[in-house]
Every structure is written in C-alpha cells, then in structure tokens.
Design a protein around this ligand. Sequence first.
Ligand code: FES
Length: 329
Amino acid sequence: MASPDNTADGRTLDLMVRQIRFEGKGINSYELVDPQGEALPPFTAGAHIDIHLKGGTVRQYSLSNSPSERHRYVIAVLRDEAGRGGSKAVHDTLRVQDRVKVSAPRNNFELAANARKVVLLAGGIGVTPLKAMAHRLEEAGIDYEMHYCARDARCTAFADELASIETSGRLHFHFDGGDPSAGLNIGELLHEPAHDTHVYYCGPAGFMKACAAAAQHWPSGTVHFEHFKAPERDLSQQVAGAVGEFIVKIASTGQMIPVTPDQSIADALDEAGVPIETSCRAGLCGTCKVRYLSGEVEHNDCILGDDEKREYLTACVSRATSRELVLDL
Ligand code: FES
C-alpha cells in the first residue's frame, strides 16, 4: 500500500495524475494514483483529501469514486472564477503525469451506520461526496434516492457514471435553467420526516440554505451536510474579529496565550510554540478540531454538529465569548 512519504511533512502521499476528464461546463475530474501502482489508503464515502498546489496553496476536494476502489482517488473541480484561486490553479496547472502531494483521506461527512433509507441531495459540484455515497449504498444494498440539482445537463458532472444509477430509478436530475423556483421543491420532498431515514446534502450557498430550511423539523442526528465553501457571513466575522481579545489556556502546561481580535486561535497557538495542524483555515475540514474543557465558544465552522460543539471547537475560525478558554492540549 502507498504509505505517507517523508519528502514533505511525513503525512502526505505523493500521487500521480493519471487522467483528467472534462465532466461538464467548467468541471474537470482528476484521477490520482500511486505512481508505482500500489493500493491507496482506504476511505469512506463522504471523505475528502487536501491537495497541495504550487505556491503552498492547500485545498480540500471530496472523493467521488467508490470507496471500494483502492487504486485511485477521483476528485472533480469546478473552475470558480470568483474563488480564492485554488480551482483555477488546479485547472491551469495540473496535467496528466504530474506528481501531486495529497493528504490521506479524512471524513467529516460519514454515512450513518443505522440508516434504513438515505436521501442524497446534490447541488451542482456538491455532487462529488454524494456520488461516493451512492456507490457505497448501491454496493451495500441500502435503499436510497439521489436528487441532483443543476442549471442544465451541460453543468452536470459524471453524467455517464451516474447513468447506471439513473436506470435503477434512484437518481433524479432537476434542471432549473438558473431559476431555483423552477427546480426541485426541496420543502415538499422533505415535508414528512421518514422513519430511520437520513438526509445528506451538499451544494452552493443558496442550495444549502434551502435544504437547511426544509430539513429543520427532521429528528436530531438524521440530517447531515457539508459546505464546500464557507458561508460569506462566517468569513466576514472571522476577518472582522467579531469577538474581542481572549486568553487560551493550555490544560497540560497552564500556558496562557492571548488571542488578539485579528488572530485565529490556530495562529496564536502557532506563535506561542504550540502548533496544531490546519488545512482549509475556513472551518470546513475539521483538521484543526480541538477539545475544550471550559469557556464559551462562538464556533463559526461549517462541520461540527450540535453535540460536537459542546466538546470541540475548530481553532481556525472559532472564537471565545468568555474571557478565557481552556484547551485540552
Ligand atoms: S483547518 Fe479546516 S476546519 Fe480548521
């Protein structure tokens, strides 16, 4: 099996771009393999990898292929002209046979083990983790339905692979021509919470909002989602330092570390010589998740569930609303 190499930080995999495919308007998929043909570390549906791009940029992309495949990771990247530059860098610089450093897969968007039925809601490029889930559910023989919302057929990714699911009657495409009101009626679909059914959704901001509103009356623990971009309000709060200065205390040493309004907890820890691993720095990936023992937290992330928030924070975007925060470090 391909093992983490020692050339960078000892935690990355050195993979090769084996194939790049045009999947839809502005969307390419990238198949990454071990250069020696070794099996890759396993992953579960909903997992993502960090891709280390030239210039030190790191971006997270969900794995879209079946978790039963051990010979490749497949990601799909929508070129976002208004984005932070990661997707453009992938489109403009990654070529077949290039070597690329990636992290081992991590998963903050796991399929629940006890679901009798699963509803998958994909908005645009948010289809990537849900496609991996569809593969997994097909293979496990678990009942599911998948709704793929996009502007039109040209904007869908993996159309040919998904066609095999569509013939089973489980996949439903919804094309709105750019007018969400002409697309899937998510409120109607999720109107009645179904017994032992779990809902998963991923897509752009408007789609996420619509799904959240439609699923708010579903039982706790049955609705799961993943943002692929931090909501604007969270980023602005982070930049503006919405909450003032506070102190972080390291439980194991008693070290007191001030966090200024324009600093993240992760940055303050780093400066004080207590570095923790980070990746997206936007509250999306969970790499910087830290347990806290006391203090009041303003979370600002997009991944932690309500139960987790009582125990954990993400050091890249969370802030304290109390004077002191004690971290279990
Ligand atoms: S680094 Fe990704 S959530 Fe903090």
